[in-house]
Design a protein around this ligand. Structure first.
Ligand code: COA
Ligand code: MG
Length: 309
């Protein structure tokens, strides 16, 4: 079956925190943090000489019960090094053994980069519940984003989410990073569009200046307006801004409930379009409203510390 529309359950991914996998203090802090997801990083935040040791400490974190003790609703992702690097194959094996919710593949240039990881996982009989996320952070990755997202179109595919890699994109293209991201925006929008074409979630890149809260809030708002589901973060101080900006606006939720209630009335049964408080409301607005109501329930569950499906 083709997923040309968003058909997967809505999973809160307002705040997705990178954590260098060998940083013991950061790992110790994690249980108390309110991020929706955490990305244990083996890639860019780990120096080449520390790769093997870091992989081992991540294995222990998952093996000795510390990962299991994290809040039930916190989604766990492991970012591996690229399969074309000296560490990628070993990282993938280790990540698969840790049984996270998803593995994040860096520097995806083309569909083959996803296929290679899918094949390797299938060879180890990895469960279908182990999902894949893809970093779009190279010029070729942006150019091929549509073809890459298309990998998600068949049943059985593992690809769920695109993650924008802002720092790599700036490095690889030479654009100047400015507030408001004027020179990056067209590529960011391209990433959002391609993700949506095949029903993927899509996350905005990081904001490096973790002491600048107003700057972070402004960038979160831009990202939300551009259609991103949430923001990737580098520091615990950034979590609450992302949770707020990408959370549910109470007024929008009230409107969504009014739309759902209106379409549920007997006289509106079977009608494609109705009038509500002087506005035209179509069934497509009902779809949006139902999605928002569902998302609000899942966010409330996450904020309650409950398991989120
Ligand atoms: N996840 C969890 N905890 C973190 C954290 C993170 N990403 N970043 C910092 N912390 C913890 C610190 O360990 C420290 O805990 P402590 O009080 O128990 O010592 C506390 O938050 C305050 O940290 P602070 O002193 O303000 O920052 P720092 O100088 O220790 O670290 C960075 C700053 C940028 C090096 C660090 O935030 C970091 O490594 N971020 C992630 C980088 C990354 O993964 N990059 C790759 C993707 S772009
Ligand atoms: Mg990167």
């Amino acid at each position: 079956m083709e997923h040309s529309q968003r058909s997967r359950p809505v999973r809160p991914r307002r705040s997705v925190l990178y954590l260098p996998a060998g940083n013991a203090r950061a790992l110790g802090k994690l249980p108390g943090l309110g991020c929706d997801s955490v990305v244990f990083d083996l890639e860019d935040s780990v120096a080449p000489e520390a790769k093997d040791e870091t992989r081992e400490s991540l294995r222990s974190f998952f093996a000795d019960g510390r990962a299991e003790a994290l809040p039930a609703g916190m989604e766990k992702i492991i970012r591996i090094n690229s399969l074309s690097s000296p560490w990628g194959a070993e990282d993938l094996l280790a990540a698969r053994g840790c049984r996270p919710d998803a593995i994040l593949i860096p520097k995806v240039d083309a569909p083959d980069d996803i296929a290679a990881v899918e094949d390797a996982l299938d060879q180890t009989d990895a469960p279908a519940t182990l999902r894949l996320w893809a970093m779009i952070e190279t010029p070729r990755g942006v150019m091929n984003a549509g073809q890459i997202a298309r990998m998600a179109r068949t049943d059985g595919a593992r690809l769920d989410c695109f993650v924008t890699g802002a720092n790599d994109l700036i490095k690889e293209t030479g654009v100047t990073a400015l507030p408001g991201r004027p020179w990056l925006s067209s590529w960011l929008m391209q990433i959002v569009l391609c993700a949506r074409a095949y029903g993927l979630d899509v996350l905005d890149g990081v904001y490096n200046d973790f002491r600048d809260e107003p700057g972070l809030i402004a960038e979160c708002r831009d990202g939300q307006a551009m259609g991103f589901d949430g923001k990737t973060l580098i520091h615990p101080a950034q979590i609450s801004a992302a949770n707020t900006t990408f959370g549910i606006d109470p007024q929008q939720l009230a409107e969504a409930k009014a739309i759902a209630a209106a379409f549920a009335m007997p006289e509106n049964k079977g009608r494609g379009v109705i009038s509500l408080d002087g506005r035209m409301v179509e069934r497509l607005h009902l779809d949006i409203a139902e999605r928002l109501i569902d998302k609000a329930a899942r966010i409330a569950a996450r904020d309650n510390g409950d398991q989120v499906q």
